[in-house]
Write a protein that binds this ligand. Structure first.
Ligand code: ATP
Length: 294
């Protein structure tokens, strides 16, 4: 799970979860980010390919400076690669995701995007190239259409429909009498976990980011729903650099690269086959445990 804290003018704001995240925080950061106009004009958004590196990154949360949450974090994700992040609870998986989104600044080291230091992008430009599909999305109390268009408010109806189709959400949306105008949330229709996930996927499809962060659900859906979600995710990940906080064995096995985190450090790195060879390694243990649970 990813929790995000931010502060405006010293006022702490806690976002319960990253959910609404990118859209909402983008707006918050837009407010914080009031840079002189002239700088904004100079920085035209640079389209990125999606290569992403961390170099010797060290990080502690500002609220707990004494606790080093990540140290010596280095990895390189090539354009279009899928990177699975695994490790015990509290190892720092979600923190890596928050740093990719630049919700926080590392104390040491840096992140590079296409070999350019992330600090050279405005937060807005950087986040316009990223999307997150959280474990359990909180939809806001509007229409399904508005919820899908959250990251791209100017989207046309056609684009929204297209995104919903790619996310395997179109059919269930059309089954409601009000279809895309159906109000969701407390005052409207309650969606199932799998349906909410597909709305989150549609939102990400519409945003069409180069970099994707997936926080894989720990609780399993029923198998039909699971299949639809998985299919939609596979589709979404194609051609994008994807970081998956992974729990499903199949996701981990299929990843181009697996980062095994323990106590804030990457202790093993490689493909499933590479890592399984280390019989005393943590990955080996985690996989055995996973298989016993299944
Ligand atoms: P899980 O699998 O349980 O979600 P995780 O591997 O994602 O765990 P993180 O959530 O990244 O682990 O947490 C790493 C460490 O950072 C933990 O010790 C946690 O208590 C601490 N931590 C996480 N978020 C914050 C925060 N917002 N402020 C302060 N400390 C935090």
């Amino acid at each position: 799970t990813i929790f995000v804290g931010a502060s405006i003018g010293g006022l702490p704001i806690q976002y319960a979860q990253i959910q609404k995240a990118i859209g909402a925080t983008e707006r918050v950061f837009d407010l914080i980010d009031e840079e002189p106009e002239i700088i904004e004009e100079e920085s035209s958004p640079q389209p990125i390919h999606g290569k992403l590196n961390f170099k010797n990154l060290k990080f502690a949360y500002p609220t707990r400076p004494e606790l080093t949450v990540l140290k010596n974090i280095s990895f390189e994700a090539s354009e279009g690669e899928t990177v699975a992040i695994v490790g015990p609870s509290g190892a720092g998986k979600s923190t890596i995701a928050s740093l990719i989104l630049r919700f926080y600044e590392p104390q040491e080291g840096q992140m590079l995007l296409d070999d350019i230091p992330a600090s050279e992008f405005t937060l807005h430009d950087l986040r316009s190239q990223m999307a997150i599909v959280p474990q359990d999305i909180l939809l806001f109390g509007g229409t399904i259409k508005e919820n899908i268009a959250y990251g791209k408010p100017e989207a046309t109806n056609e684009e929204i429909l297209e995104a919903a189709k790619k996310a395997n959400a179109h059919d269930f949306i059309m089954s409601f009498p009000e279809q895309y105008e159906t109000i969701v949330g407390e005052r409207g229709v309650q969606l199932s976990g799998g349906q909410r996930q597909r709305v989150a996927i549609a939102r990400a499809v519409l945003k069409n980011p180069k970099i994707l962060i997936l926080d894989e659900a720990t609780s399993s859906l029923d198998s039909e729903s699971e299949k639809l979600v998985q299919e939609a995710l596979d589709h979404l990940m194609k051609g994008r650099t994807s970081f998956v906080i992974a729990h499903r064995l199949s996701t981990i096995k299929n990843a181009d690269q697996i980062l095994v985190l323990e106590n804030g450090e990457i202790i093993e790195k490689g493909t499933h086959a590479d890592l399984l060879e280390k019989e005393n390694g943590l990955y080996h243990k985690l996989i055995q445990l996973q298989m016993e649970l299944n």
